[in-house]
Design a protein around this ligand. Structure first.
Ligand code: NDP
Ligand code: X2W
Length: 311
């Protein structure tokens, strides 16, 4: 029997991408609402309670309201919003970090944020292995494609094609910081500096490290960081790890890059071993949102984790 899936927010940026990844897959049957009823609470409640799995692609408040509509003890949830990522009773939907079985068996799964996906993938295994300190104020520089801001930011970048770079998060307290701190296992919040560039999709997340200044780390430890990350993701069909700068000597985000559900991690040590740059590249709409949701859905349905993904 196929798994009945309802995507609440199915015509938004994330919802549409999830629907694309599920299209034509016989393991799932999609419950859909016509345009006139997609924001009708009665119709949504009916669809939510008829589904085996509901995928919430909504603003935070609407996601909380949708969970409150569940009137049974079987409907499972994957919430793409920020509403439940550090909430008790919810499982963080990052199988490579939290454990595949844990996600497969969870009822309430919070899909990770796009920037935290890069940061946590780089830092969590290294803190867990005792190679990086938990009580260090890590700095996170990151660049996202404008689809990361949903329909509103897409419209802004399409209307104002003169924007070359948009730094933001200047009031601090970005909504992704709590999950970064929690799932990287840190006792100090990272300092997060995000920016948007005029590309629809794509993301680079960088954590620069002074190995000589980091307590308990030291000069020449870049390769040990690489070894630990490579071991942590060994065999993953989704996460790759490389050592050193790309042969081209630069990292490019291209406007023409299409949908991709992988996550590429690099450890780039300096020649003298005193510094390293940890870099994650992903598609904010892929492993950063819709790809991750479909990966969790696959696991929850007992299917191979990469089914329907572009890798
Ligand atoms: N874009 C991204 O890269 C990522 C987004 N997310 C998260 O996913 C969620 C969705 O984001 P995104 O797809 O970008 O946002 P969009 O603004 O593109 O889409 C949100 C959709 O939700 C609909 N909606 C809003 N309120 C309700 C409601 N009460 N009932 C039913 N539908 C409603 C909107 O309707 P309408 O079309 O009428 O406005 C819209 O279609 C957010 O929580 C976001 O933070 C997570 C990871 C990455
Ligand atoms: C470019 C841009 O605006 N990005 C969004 C985050 C996108 C994302 O990951 O949203 P979730 O937190 O719902 O996962 C932001 O910084 O608020």
């Amino acid at each position: 029997m196929s798994t009945r899936v309802f995507i609440d927010g199915a015509v938004g940026t994330t919802g549409l991408e999830i629907a694309e990844r599920l299209a034509g897959r016989g393991e799932f049957s999609l419950i859909t609402l016509e345009e006139a009823r997609r924001k009708d609470d009665g119709a949504r409640a009916e669809a939510i309670n008829a589904a085996d799995v509901v995928i919430l692609c909504l603003p935070d408040a609407a996601a909380r309201a949708a969970v409150a509509m569940i009137a049974n003890d079987t409907t499972r949830v994957i919430d793409a919003s920020t509403a439940h990522r550090v909430a008790p009773g919810w499982t963080y939907g990052f199988p490579e970090v939290i454990g595949h079985e844990t996600v497969a068996n969870a009822r309430f799964v919070a899909n990770p944020g796009c920037y935290p996906t890069g940061f946590i993938a780089l830092v969590a295994p290294l803190v867990r292995a005792g190679l990086l300190p938990a009580d260090w104020p890590y700095v996170v520089h990151a660049v996202s494609g404008y689809s990361g801001g949903g329909k509103a930011l897409i419209a802004r970048f399409e209307d104002d094609t003169d924007i070359a770079w948009r730094g933001y998060g200047l009031a601090f307290g970005h909504k992704h910081v709590p999950e970064m701190k929690a799932y990287a296992g840190l006792s100090v919040a990272p300092l997060f500096s995000p920016a948007v560039v005029p590309a629809l999709r794509g993301m680079v997340v960088e954590v620069p490290l002074s190995l000589e200044a980091l307590p308990g780390v030291g000069i020449g430890k870049g390769e040990a960081l690489y070894d630990a990350l490579a071991a942590s993701y060994a065999g993953s069909p989704i996460v790759s790890v490389s050592l050193g700068a790309p042969a081209e000597g630069e990292i490019l985000m291209r406007r023409s890059t299409g949908s991709w559900d992988g996550l590429a991690l690099s450890v780039i040590p300096s020649a003298d071993g005193t510094q390293a740059r940890l870099v994650a590249r992903l598609d904010n709409l892929g492993k950063g949102a819709s790809g991750a949701a479909v990966q969790s859905l696959n696991l929850m349905a007992g299917l191979p984790e990469t089914a329907g993904l572009s890798l």
